[in-house]
Design a protein around this ligand. Structure first.
Ligand code: ADP
Ligand code: MG
Length: 376
């Protein structure tokens, strides 16, 4: 297929921070951007040429997007996959509705990961109450996760016994779930791959991710693991993208277990919070890759220019009553870069921004990043 060149109009479903950073990348390259998002204050709208204010399921809005854009992508997985398949009849859509459908259902997702020959935590798919009447010992202690619509640790319950698991399942209203064995994690890492075709893909350096209360807090790059293990995570991400015949940016989250083996946790069919370090520390960033892939351009080089640590800024950092944090030290730090998403209201747990700190080593960057966070 012919490459889509500037100043073509590119469309994105969703106008949150990921859509915003996509819009910045696309506009910088000379493309025009249309954002579809119901929220009049959608963070991406500030950088878009056009904001279609409608629900993601609105047929007229989707038709308008398809007719006015040379290619369409998404910033989140909880869009209607059928709507994406419909869009694909009249415009270029990446990733495909099929791939998005896989990523939005933990049961389908895990079976695809296993089908690609990659390990997951032992899990039980629970689609109805009969499914949870089996021996649950292989999955306990475990985490019950809703199959759909979970993010940032939401829709998850930790359970120790079979009785607890069954009660938690009933509490979730009997919706489809997976019961996953709680693994002893040495650490968590992610690898983000950009794939245009089997022959054309590029994987970013592996990030080590530290979570707080189920939400990403810090990404450290290079991950402090054996380089051979990092290379293995990268090749697993590539293998998964190939198995899905994926087009676009695909994030793969891994657990590193005590014996240094890798287990795939979950995938995201889009740029990922753990890839925000690429904005300042890689030759090409993950949003430029998203633009390139949807336009059918070759992926850019992913070389790491400097060790880096990304720190998420949640609403918790804002002062009581919503007052701004003390930015004065952070904005002047010569090796730090602040990114704010332009969200009006700070709420606990809400992703308001992030900052990246570059230093001679990952450990040094981490130490400086934590010290800078303390000044807020
Ligand atoms: P989300 O979609 O909310 O990101 P995840 O499945 O990635 O959900 O779970 C969030 C976090 O919870 C993970 O990053 C990890 O820290 C922890 N977690 C999830 N599943 C397991 C597991 N099987 N064993 C140990 N920790 C887990
Ligand atoms: Mg996750």
């Amino acid at each position: 297929m012919a490459a889509i060149l500037p100043p073509a109009m590119l469309g994105i479903l969703g106008g949150g921070q990921l859509g915003r950073m996509f819009a910045v990348a696309a506009k910088t390259m000379g493309y025009r951007v249309t954002v579809l998002d119901p929220d009049e204050n959608a963070p991406a709208a500030a950088f878009a040429d056009r904001h279609i204010r409608a629900s993601y399921n609105d047929p007229a809005a989707l038709r308008e997007l398809a007719q006015s854009c040379a290619a369409v992508t998404t910033e989140f997985e909880n869009v209607n996959a059928d709507a994406m398949r419909e869009l694909a009849k009249t415009t270029r859509v990446s990733p495909s509705g099929d791939c998005v459908a896989i990523a939005q259902d933990r049961i389908v997702e895990k079976s695809w990961i296993n089908k690609a020959g990659l390990p997951t935590a032992p899990y039980l798919a629970i689609e109805s109450v009969e499914d949870i009447q089996v021996d649950l010992a292989p999955y306990l202690p475990g985490i019950l996760k809703t199959a759909r619509l979970g993010y940032d640790g939401k829709g998850q319950v930790r359970v120790k016994t079979a009785a607890e698991a069954r009660a938690a399942y009933a509490n979730l209203g009997g919706q489809a779930c997976v019961l996953e064995k709680m693994l002893d994690l040495k650490l968590e890492v992610s690898a983000i791959v950009t794939r245009v075709s089997q022959a054309q893909s590029a994987v970013f350096p592996v990030a080590e991710n530290i979570h707080q209360d189920g939400i990403l807090d810090e990404s450290i790059v290079p991950a402090r693991i054996d380089p051979a293990l990092a290379a293995q995570a990268q090749s697993m991400a590539k293998k998964l993208a190939d198995a899905l015949d994926y087009v676009g940016v695909l994030a793969v989250e891994f657990f590193v277990l005590a014996d240094d083996s890798l287990v795939v946790n979950e995938i995201a069919p889009r740029p990922h919070n753990s890839g925000h370090y690429t904005l300042t520390a890689c030759l090409t960033d993950q949003f430029q890759q998203q633009v390139r892939a949807m336009c059918g351009l070759l992926p850019g080089r992913t070389d790491l220019l400097s060790p880096v640590v990304m720190v998420n800024l949640l609403g918790d950092v804002w002062k009581e009553g919503g007052g701004e944090p003390n930015w004065d030290v952070l904005v002047e730090a010569p090796n730090a870069q602040l990114h704010l998403y332009g969200k009006k209201t700070a709420r606990p747990g809400r992703k308001m921004g992030h900052f990246n700190v570059m230093a001679a080593s990952a450990d040094e960057a981490l130490e400086q990043a934590r010290a800078l966070k303390d000044t807020l």
